[in-house]
Design a protein around this ligand. Structure first.
Ligand SMILES: [Zn+2]
Length: 416
């Protein structure tokens, strides 16, 4: 027994001694909710030990990091990424799914992970491998084991689609083409698919509640409300939430009533649908940057030509969602555009009518709350020391969020 206690003591001392203590001294701190001029933050090991006015936080035994001219924020949380995709103007989505080796996709994803972290995004909710099976699970493990630098990941693995509804499409009906997500329908098959994905490592379940289906170019609802309810009930019994891709009003309505926690895109939402979201506490992840990127890939010259109808309409529906008081999660659908360019979504949220302070809340405390991450998203004693310092003041000028001076994840300095 005495031996065990001694062994434990040696282990405890070596762990504590390995921890670095930092005192970070920026001009101001955005704590995830409000801005505090003249605050400092003390980090011990992987956690935040103290935050407050410089006179109230001890610097004893700490390595002081002078961050004059900067704003310190909680590590940013990307609400919608695909680390296993790269921009469609480099390689169309169909070709990534059908022609790229998974080993190639994973090799790229490791680079994407590093770029994301260096851009100040210390957590991503990665919403589907798009044909790369369960490769997000191994990627997450490689990051968590310290093998490669990258953000903390929430993964959904393959995502669920109703049979026949997804892509790649446009082939002869006589051949079966591998799809970018897992097809499942009806009671038993859906339960099995949800449980299998969870068993393989999914932290949440993603469904496609609508998609451009068959030979029609238009998006139409896919799963029935009963199917969505079943998916949600099955996921929820394991403590996991469900995320819905939905662009049509009816697809959104089914996702809301079925119990999904967030709706991705929501392009054709209406005031009625947004009122229903507000009523059910469903959160909108608008992915403004994806629409902006895709429009430019299709030839729109941004800044020279008027905005395409699709984007003008998106401005209208986003405003309707804000007016309805719907909670907005920050997520750009990164992968459609370059990893590391995540700030593009935050800039567009401001351009589309949100105040910079609200956008920064979305990308930190709001995303943390919506994704059930109660150990991060704020600068508060006891939370993970995921922190980012940027030159200037992004509360005044959102583009300052790109001017990264320092990135800390779990108390480890990745960029300074
Ligand atoms: Zn996506």
């Amino acid at each position: 027994m005495r031996y065990l206690i001694a062994l434990w003591a040696v282990f405890w001392v070596s762990t504590v001694m390995a921890q670095t203590t930092y005192l970070l001294k920026p001009d101001r701190v955005f704590d995830g909710e409000a801005v505090h001029e003249g605050w400092v933050v003390r980090v011990k090991g992987e956690r935040i030990e103290a935050a407050g006015p410089a006179t109230s936080v001890s610097g004893n035994g700490a390595e002081v990091i002078d961050l004059k001219g900067t704003t310190l924020l909680p590590g940013l949380i990307e609400g919608h990424s695909h680390l296993l995709l790269h921009p469609y103007n480099e390689t169309p989505w169909d070709d990534q799914v059908l022609k790229e080796a998974r080993s190639l996709r994973v090799a790229r994803a490791t680079v994407h992970a590093k770029k994301t972290l260096m851009a100040g995004f210390t957590t991503v909710r990665d919403l589907g491998t798009e044909g790369a099976e369960y490769d997000d699970v191994g990627l997450k493990q490689a990051i968590n084991q310290g093998i490669i630098p990258g953000p903390r990941m929430i993964v959904v693995t393959k995502a669920l689609i109703a049979t026949g509804s997804y892509a790649p499409k446009g082939f002869s009906p006589d051949i079966n083409v591998p799809q970018g997500a897992e097809e499942a329908d009806g009671h038993d098959a859906l339960i099995r698919a949800v449980r299998t994905q969870i068993g393989k490592g999914a932290d949440a379940i993603k469904i496609y509640a609508d998609y451009r289906w068959g030979l029609m170019a238009e998006a139409r609802p896919t799963f029935s409300i009963d199917e969505i309810r079943l998916i949600v009930e099955t996921a929820r019994s394991s403590g996991r939430g469900v995320v819905a891709h939905a662009g049509t009003a009816e697809g959104m309505r089914r996702a809301i009533l079925g119990g999904c926690e967030t709706i991705e895109h929501g392009d054709a939402g209406t005031p009625d649908v947004f009122a229903l979201m507000k009523q059910h506490g469903t959160v909108l992840c608008p992915t403004l940057a994806a629409g902006d990127a895709v429009s430019q890939y299709r030839g729109w010259k941004k800044g020279q030509e008027p905005e395409p109808e699709r984007l003008r309409q998106k401005r209208v529906t986003f405003k309707q969602a804000l007016d309805a008081g719907v909670t907005i999660c920050a997520g750009g659908d990164v992968g459609v555009f370059s990893h590391g360019d995540n700030a593009r979504e935050l800039e567009m949220m401001v351009d589309y009518g949100m105040k910079p302070l609200d956008v920064l809340r979305s990308a930190t405390s709001v995303n943390a709350d919506v994704f059930h991450l109660n150990d991060r998203g704020r600068i508060r004693p006891g939370l993970l020391a995921d922190l980012v310092a940027v030159e200037g003041n992004p509360v005044r000028e959102i583009a300052d969020i790109r001017r990264i001076r320092l990135v800390l994840k779990g108390g480890i300095l990745y960029r300074q």
